[in-house]
Write a protein that binds this ligand. Structure first.
Ligand code: ZN
Length: 112
């Protein structure tokens, strides 16, 4: 009995909890995103700009307008950062769309 009492008095064991990386979290929630993408991504905006949802060889779901592209654009899949400085496509008026343009369009779509 004495030994058990001693055990109870021991301070709680401190366990190191490793935080999940962004990549691990994405992997965890990927199935949820895939099921209801419209809840997490501005899918209507993408559709408006004629983007389609595609799956990369690495399993990443991405949006594309250029039909010839077959990767998600991740540097590991493309081999370089092709996105930076270029925007990711062309808008209705033929201008390049940047992330900011897409976001502004998303805000407009969602109303005030
Ligand atoms: Zn990929």
């Amino acid at each position: 009995m004495k030994e058990e009492e001693f055990e109870d008095d021991k301070p709680e064991e401190i366990k190191t909890v490793k935080a999940k990386t962004a990549k691990e979290m994405k992997a965890m929630y990927r199935p949820v995103f895939r099921k209801t993408p419209e809840k997490y991504y501005p899918t209507k905006v993408f559709s408006k700009f004629n983007y389609t949802r595609n799956e990369c060889k690495c399993g990443t779901i991405y949006w594309r307008r250029v039909e010839a592209r077959d990767t998600c654009g991740d540097s590991g899949c493309v081999g370089k950062y092709s996105f930076i400085g270029k925007g990711f496509g062309k808008g209705a008026k033929g201008q390049k769309i940047t992330y900011v343009d897409a976001w502004n369009s998303y805000k407009e779509t969602m109303g005030k």
